[in-house]
Design a protein around this ligand. Structure first.
Ligand code: SF4
Length: 342
């Protein structure tokens, strides 16, 4: 059992089961998350008996990244073992991308090995699904990079669909935002989704983090052609769900829209997008497409990109074009493969 990644209630349950005092759970949280120790012996305010019992049944496992590639723009892509400690699935890796930007340090983390959603334009989606990351493996991407102290924002936008691994996502957010964890504001965290409606509904009710919906085409049939999830969870239903929540406070909803040349980047698409989102307080982030080897998709021109952006802005929805980062190390949106470098 890995103590790292466990929430306070989970540690309290463990203490009860093992006959340890309940307050030991809070002490463990302090050692694990505030002091970031990596062995049970370091938890010096736990009794010797408690430490000894814990060492019989548990470990603190936080594997260091096995590789780091650095982009010419300063972006860093870290590679981690997906299932540390497991005798099986040893060949699987996941990636986290650190993006420095002035005072901001954003980390894009993964939540699954591969992905079931199969978005046609995404390298991860073409790899199939190999398993969920537990909360320890999700949090380890944050705790085990040298830039931990510089992190200002976490985005769950790496490999995998967060709403398809929601228990572990919520547990990891609990560690990041609770007073017994890192006590971060949930406004420092954004979680993305293609719009898995049951998961999204639960997420909206159980968390205060920002939400980013992967939209990419506002026409149902065209969206389904590039995002199979549209069949089960139509984007119109996703937006209808989002309209039931209050977005006037500090919590933000954004829509991610990757522009593909000739597929979703003309004024007809912009008009449909405005019609879909009309009246919803939100923003649209346009993402230049980054071609991977063998992809049939192409990057939109700068003229088409700016025309699309200007149309959305002119119709009352804030729209910006995201700056590409880490393209030279395959760290940009949709390019994460979780492969070891040779
Ligand atoms: Fe999965 Fe996101 Fe890739 Fe779609 S874009 S296949 S949801 S990782």
């Amino acid at each position: 059992m890995n103590l790292f990644g466990m929430t306070l209630p989970q540690l309290q349950h463990l203490c009860t089961e093992e006959g340890l005092p309940r307050f030991a759970a809070r002490q463990m949280c302090d050692w694990l998350y505030a002091k970031r120790v990596d062995n049970i012996d370091a938890m010096t305010n736990l009794s010797l008996k408690a430490r000894s019992r814990l060492k019989e049944i548990a470990v603190i496992e936080k594997p260091a990244p096995v590789n780091c590639q650095v982009s010419k723009d300063g972006t860093k892509k870290y590679l981690f073992p997906a299932f540390p400690g497991s005798q099986e699935n040893k060949e699987h890796y996941i990636e986290a991308v650190y993006i420095p930007d002035g005072e901001r340090g954003t980390l894009c983390i993964s939540c699954q090995v591969g992905c079931k959603m199969g978005c046609r334009f995404c390298v991860t989606g073409q790899q199939g699904f190999h398993g969920n990351l537990d909360s320890a493996a999700i949090l380890n991407q944050i705790f085990s990079i040298p830039e931990f102290e510089q992190l200002t924002n976490i985005v769950y936008m790496g490999m995998g669909e967060p709403m398809d691994n929601l228990d572990n996502i919520l547990a990891s957010i609990d560690v990041l935002t609770s007073d017994w964890g890192l006590a971060w504001s949930p406004r420092r965290i954004t979680v993305s989704s293609v719009g898995i409606i049951p998961g999204l509904k639960r997420f909206l009710e159980e968390s205060q983090c920002h939400v980013a919906v992967s939209l990419h085409n506002a026409f149902a049939i065209e969206r389904e052609a590039i995002m199979p999830a549209q069949r089960a969870y139509p984007i119109a239903d996703v937006v209808a769900l989002l309209r039931r929540y209050d977005w006037n406070g500090q919590r933000r909803i954004s829509f991610e829209y990757t522009l593909f040349k000739g597929l979703n980047d003309d004024i007809r698409h912009a008009t449909q997008l405005v019609s879909l989102l009309k009246g919803l307080r939100c923003r649209v982030n346009l993402i230049p497409f980054h071609p991977s080897p063998d992809t049939p998709f192409q990057t939109s021109s700068t003229i088409a990109t700016n025309r699309f952006r200007d149309y959305i802005n002119a119709h009352g929805i804030t729209c910006t074009v995201r700056t590409s980062r880490g393209q030279d190390i395959m760290a940009a949106c949709g390019l994460l493969a979780g492969q070891t470098q040779t």
